[in-house]
Design a protein around this ligand. Structure first.
Ligand code: NAD
Length: 324
């Protein structure tokens, strides 16, 4: 198959591209390295089935012009500003990189006649809900610009899918972690401990508790729901997650334990959220995805520990130098 992956130089995109190439597909990646890294995709350069375009997808004309002669069987749209905290300081980041990249990707599909789409949405579309989050829950009120831009993207996807007979799968990811992650709490703690091994600043009161999915579990689900199972016309939304969850203090404990930092004094900045727009606690209802026959292999705590262990083993490699 001929496949387009937007945001394919990012954390999740790189793992997806590797899996698609392994399966023998032709993969075109578009990314502008705002958060993704060239080192992430250098390993694919010699593969004749791989092609890379360095383009800002938020600038529609350049993006459509570059790909206007292409034919794709499916588009995996992953490009976005994935750093909610960064976006909270400037709404235009999510307007451009999260929302406009979606609108422009949909428009590319309409113009070149591509009919299948996978979209990486997020738990942030739900906002702050007390109940178990199920896909058909109503009255969604995202509290971050990022969540708003993803929910607006989902709406545009609904209308483009209806108007153009697309078959679309939307996954609402929880926190995704694993090798090569580009940001987030684990990344943040390791960076802080490298700078000061005696004290760790923890945003909020440490009780923020969310599900963390291991990236290889997620890739397994994406591939299953888009390539192994026939995609039906219309839009199907799934919570793709794990049943368990991990608190921020537990993540700090695991990081210190695995990296051998002893007697670290935790300094909490206070309040029940890390920053305005952060959702402190949530848990998914996973009935829908489980009923189709997919369950994550790792619990949330296992995913955290596995990620920290991977980082520990690779800390001295050049690809991690850019982190700190
Ligand atoms: N990682 C998570 O915990 C998580 C959770 C929920 C949803 N998601 C979603 O999954 C997708 C992938 O996330 P990730 O963690 O791999 O993030 P990432 O930042 O590593 O990857 C996103 C990629 O998109 C690219 N990009 C951003 N704006 C662009 C633009 N205007 N033009 C071209 N490329 C652009 C970035 O350079 C980056 O390589 C994103 O859509 C994100 O919102 C991620």
């Amino acid at each position: 198959m001929k496949i387009l992956v937007t945001g394919g130089a990012g954390f999740i995109g790189t793992h997806l591209v590797r899996e698609l190439l392994k399966r023998g597909h032709e993969v075109v990646v578009v990314d502008n390295f705002t958060l993704g890294k060239e080192e992430n995709v250098n390993c694919f350069r010699d593969n004749s089935n791989y092609k890379f375009y360095n383009l800002d997808i938020a600038k529609g004309n350049e993006f459509w012009e570059a790909l206007k002669e292409k034919k794709f069987d499916i588009v995996y749209h992953l490009a976005a500003n994935s750093d909610i905290q960064k976006g909270s300081k400037n709404p235009s980041v999510d307007y451009n990189d999260t929302f406009m990249t979606t609108v422009n990707t949909l428009e590319l599909m309409r113009r070149i006649g591509c009919k299948k789409l996978f979209f990486s949405s997020t738990s942030a579309v739900y906002g702050e809900k007390q109940e178990l989050l199920s896909e058909n829950i109503g009255d969604l009120k995202p509290i971050s610009y990022y969540g708003g831009a993803k929910l607006a993207s989902e709406s545009f996807i609904q209308s483009y899918s209806f108007m153009n007979d697309f078959s679309t799968v939307i996954f609402r990811f929880p926190n995704v972690i694993g090798p090569n992650l580009t940001h987030g709490v684990i990344y943040d703690f390791i960076r802080k401990l490298q700078n000061n091994p005696n004290e760790l600043e923890i945003l909020g009161n440490g009780t923020q508790t969310k599900p963390y999915i291991y990236v290889f579990d997620l890739i397994d689900a994406i591939v299953k729901f888009t390539l192994d199972i026939d995609m039906l016309q219309g839009v199907e939304i799934y919570n793709a997650g794990v049943e368990s969850a991990t608190s921020v203090t537990t993540i700090a404990d695991i990081v210190c334990e695995e990296l051998g930092y002893k007697d670290v004094k935790y300094h909490y900045t206070g309040g029940n959220v890390g920053w305005k727009g952060d959702v402190p606690k949530f848990q998914y209802d996973l009935t829908k995805i489980h009923n189709v026959g997919w369950t994550a292999s790792k619990t949330s705590d296992e995913a955290v520990r596995e990620t920290v262990r991977y980082i520990k083993e690779h800390l001295n490699e050049s690809s991690y130098n850019g982190w700190w």
